[in-house]
Design a protein around this ligand. Structure first.
Ligand code: NDP
Ligand code: MG
Ligand code: MG
Length: 327
């Protein structure tokens, strides 16, 4: 088991006299910047000229500068613009990184796959809340926090870990618990999880189930309820009580049928192939090229998904359930 750090392991003196440049004021940027400021840390938000986020950051009481000025001033620069634009933003600001400064990330993709090559003499770290930004902010305001990860890619000062823990404390993550990982592990597990299980795996499983029932002549509405709508109930049970919590809550028939039949739909070789493509960089290369080509394949995949029958059926049925959102 890996150690879980909390507030007691963090020493605020590693961050309290520092200036932090938050590049980007989106999901993570707005949350981390405001939490830091509320924790008494000096924050400057780095936004490009004409940025649509500028008014919001200023309305939240934060100082705003253009990215290269913010980085030149800061001791710690945090890359919180979208991953696909980080390499260009890094090129524009890198001259402002001085020896002893920190370049920090919330996701390791660009460093791990060589799209950003930080200078020597700079600490390269990750502090990654395991949660969307609005929860990072909302829980902090309640005196709580969301769990987070830290990782050290380059420790030029010898204090990268202490500073990362202090940062995690200042944004509230240490109130919940902080785990140390590496850039490699964070990136590879993240990409594998979203491709094989969370996003890719689940949607393919739902579509395959839906299509099997519809092709066999069952009503699409019934197929939608069984294969998509009820998934939420099952996932909620798993989230609360693990697999046993779920099995204990469904009928014995569902439990026996699931335990004996579920494995038939899983192709373990497919999981290995996805992991291999993540580890050998094939997926990363493909996605980087796709972005450079302005995303032709991405648009096609999205169109196909949009035009799938389950979207039309689901759109209709979800309207009937609009009341459920109000509870
Ligand atoms: P967002 O997409 O929310 O970032 C939007 C911000 O980036 C806006 O302020 C936008 O300003 C700015 N921006 C967009 N394009 C550019 C550009 N070309 N040049 C300069 N600024 C630009 O990012 P996230 O918060 O989702 O992600 C930030 C990092 O955090 C990523 O590394 C991500 O992987 C990681 N992460 C995200 C999580 C999440 O919950 N979303 C969870 C954990 C990690 P403008 O108005 O100028 O466009
Ligand atoms: Mg991800
Ligand atoms: Mg993830």
């Amino acid at each position: 088991t890996v150690p879980v750090y909390d507030d007691g392991d963090a020493d605020a003196s590693h961050i309290e006299d520092k200036t932090v440049a938050i590049l980007g004021y989106g999901s993570q940027g707005h949350a981390q910047a405001q939490n830091l400021a509320d924790s008494g840390v000096d924050v400057v938000v780095g936004l490009r000229e004409g940025s649509s986020s500028r008014d919001e950051a200023e309305a939240d009481g934060l100082r705003v500068a253009v990215p290269d000025d913010a980085v030149a001033e800061a001791d710690i620069t945090v890359m919180l613009v979208p991953d696909t634009v980080q390499p260009a933003v890094f090129e524009a600001v890198k001259d402002g990184l001085e020896e002893g400064d920190t370049l920090q990330f919330a996701h390791g993709f660009n460093v791990h796959y060589g799209q950003i090559e930080p200078p020597e003499g700079v600490d390269v770290t990750m502090v990654a809340p395991k949660s969307p930004g609005h929860l990072v902010r909302r829980t902090y305001k309640r005196g709580e926090g969301t769990p987070g990860l830290i990782a050290i890619e380059q420790d030029a000062t010898g204090a990268a870990k202490e500073q990362s823990l202090a940062y995690a404390q200042a944004i509230g993550c240490a109130r919940a618990g902080v785990i140390e990982t590496s850039f490699k592990e964070e990136v590879e597990t993240d990409l594998f999880g979203e491709q094989a299980v969370l996003c890719g795996g689940v949607t393919e499983m739902v579509k395959a189930g839906f299509e099997t029932l519809v092709d066999a002549g069952y009503a699409p509405e019934m197929a939608y309820f069984e294969c998509l709508n009820e998934l939420k109930l099952i996932v909620d049970l798993m989230y609360e009580g693990g697999h046993m919590g779920m099995w204990n809550s469904v009928s014995d028939t569902a439990e026996y049928g699931g335990l004996t039949r579920g494995e038939e739909i899983i192709d373990r070789d497919g999981f290995d192939e996805i992991l291999e493509g993540v580890q050998n960089g094939e997926f990363a290369r493909e996605w980087i090229n796709e972005n450079q080509a302005h995303r032709p394949a991405y648009k096609q995949y999205r169109d196909a998904e949009q035009n799938h029958q389950i979207e039309e059926v689901g759109g209709r049925l979800r309207e009937l359930f609009a009341w459920a959102d109000e509870e």
